[in-house]
Ligand binder design. Sequence first.
Ligand code: DAH
Length: 339
Amino acid sequence: MLDPNTIAKEAIEEAEKAESSRALYEVKMKYLGRGGTVTSLLKNMREVPPEERPAFGKAVNFLRDTLEAHFASLEEKLKEKETLQKLAEERIDVTLPGKKRDMGAIHPVTRVKNELVDLFMGLGFEVFDGPEIESEYYNFTALNTPADHPARDMQDTFYITNEFLLRTQTSAGQIRVMESKKPPIKIVSPGRTFRSDDDATHSPMFHQMEGLVVDKGITLCDLYGTLEEFARTMFSPSVKTRLRPSYFPFTEPSVEVDISCFACGGKGCSLCKGTGWIEVLGAGMVNRRVLENCGIDPDEYTGFAFGIGLERIAMLKYGVNNIKLFTENDVRFLKQFRD
Ligand code: DAH
């Protein structure tokens, strides 16, 4: 049987060598744990002669209490040391420069679209979203452009099948709206359009925003007033608007809309090619045949429509000279549109 004093000495020596609270815990378990040295002393009490038992019991209890107190004070010191160590390791240098995160910017075409939607919603228009894959009927036939119509050549179409194509114009949405809704109608319809066309100002995928108003007594004056508001808001309050006769199968009369050059004030410069005017969009009074195709009586209702090329507006507004810049995703270009 081991002598309690020897055990005490050994246990204390071992405990003092422990360099972490974890190691100390192991020493503690070795002596005071369930199968530990001190605990087994008490368990083996039977081996002690009966007359020595009280003294032995007292000595072992004293040993246990002493060790417990000693371990506790060592543990406290180790824990404190460990906390300080942890704090030192986790120290943050708040003077280090932060990580720079680059902010994105709204794409200029999206920006133009948002501005236009805001403007037209303010004038009481609703937004209609038409499909990008259209049938020939909606994209052409119902818009008074039958199969043999020369105006079909104005737009180089991507056909998917004989019947389906990628819409060449958001005008297709006009028909969908008029088929499903009775006048008064007042919508704009922004979206992607597609044509087999590719140069500095044309891209196979581009964006348009269609406008359509149908009601009793709508005249060309209403169109003019709406477009003046558009030109003033998008370009400058001093910009003038003029309508020039043109041709589109779905409008009669049809007009081309020019604005006075906002760069030179109309004197003539490189932007307006010396004319003082810049062509911005096509428009007109909805052709009676188009109204008829949608079951709207052209003797009761009239309407106007317009189609805005969003890239064209963005190029003019931001002085972009090549349409490809919009789809190249060069961050140096896009960054210039940050707020
Ligand atoms: N859809 C025509 C185009 O893509 C633009 C256009 C012209 C739309 C006159 C209209 C309009 O609604 O009335 O070239």
